[in-house]
Write a protein that binds this ligand. Structure first.
Ligand code: ADE
Length: 249
């Protein structure tokens, strides 16, 4: 039998499935979704509640404010999503959470190259730790700020993956030059009009000299990265100083 290429699929477990596809249903991601380049499934965690009130949360053990998502309900929701017949096996299981590892472009590239993740969206004060461990959820943060739930974070993660899927972006290399792909922020861009509120486009960009344009862009990207993201700049200069090992390309 010929190797089957399965469609990249994001399965989202949420208490608010009506939030999806939301912004993922328009523009680049939305067009790709309609044309079947990827698939999105939003499943309601509440469907896995078993009591007559369909309750999904309870008060935190040890006291404190807020409510905690129950381990048994979420475990059932995860297991049901994974057992459905057409789901890819061995997909990454993510939990969107401000205490997760920060999402990076390199993790996005890995996720886009795989079958597509199962993404759990947290709500309330948190999720019972036992289900995080028992289902080996990888906690992922999209930044050092607190959203009211994981849904918007899940959308950001899915959007970042979808734009890398084959056939989604118009020009295959339009992602190659952008911020983070080389550890630098993106250089500034200009277009018509040639003069805007007294500001001309930098001469060099109109010179037609591709080598000088490339050198100018590289210098601008480096200056921006140094000024705005000393962390990225330090990581980059550290990489460049690292002695070459025989295994390096
Ligand atoms: N849920 C709430 N805040 C979040 C964040 N910063 N990243 C991921 N998920 C979240």
């Amino acid at each position: 039998m010929a190797a089957e290429t399965k469609t990249w699929r994001a399965t989202v477990l949420t208490l608010f499935p009506e939030m999806f596809p939301g912004p993922l249903g328009v523009s680049l991601a939305g067009k790709a979704l309609s044309s079947g380049l990827w698939a999105l499934e939003a499943r309601d965690i509440r469907d896995s509640a078993t009591d007559r009130h369909r309750s999904v949360d309870d008060t935190p053990a040890g006291g404190g404010p807020g409510m905690v998502l129950r381990a048994d309900v979420l475990a059932r929701a995860i297991d049901a999503a994974e057992l459905s017949a057409d789901r890819p096996r061995d997909r990454p299981r993510l939990l969107m959470s401000p205490r997760g590892r920060p999402l990076t472009q390199s993790r996005v590239v890995e996720l886009a190259a795989g079958p597509g993740p199962l993404v759990v969206c947290g709500r309330f004060e948190g999720i019972d730790q036992r289900v995080i461990e028992a289902r080996q959820l990888e906690e992922v943060s999209i930044g050092d700020y607190v959203l009211s739930g994981g849904e918007i974070a899940a959308m950001a993660l899915i959007d970042a993956c979808v734009r890398l899927l084959p056939g989604v972006m118009g020009k295959p290399d339009s992602g190659a030059d952008e911020s983070f792909s080389h550890g630098l922020l993106e250089y500034p861009q200009y277009t018509r009009p040639q003069e805007f509120e007294g500001q001309p486009i930098p001469d060099i960009l109109l010179s037609g000299d591709h080598a000088r344009v490339a050198a100018w862009r590289q210098a601008e990207a480096e200056a921006l990265t140094r000024a705005r993201r000393p962390d990225l700049w330090a990581a980059r200069t550290k990489d460049q100083k690292r002695p070459k090992r025989p295994t390096d390309g």
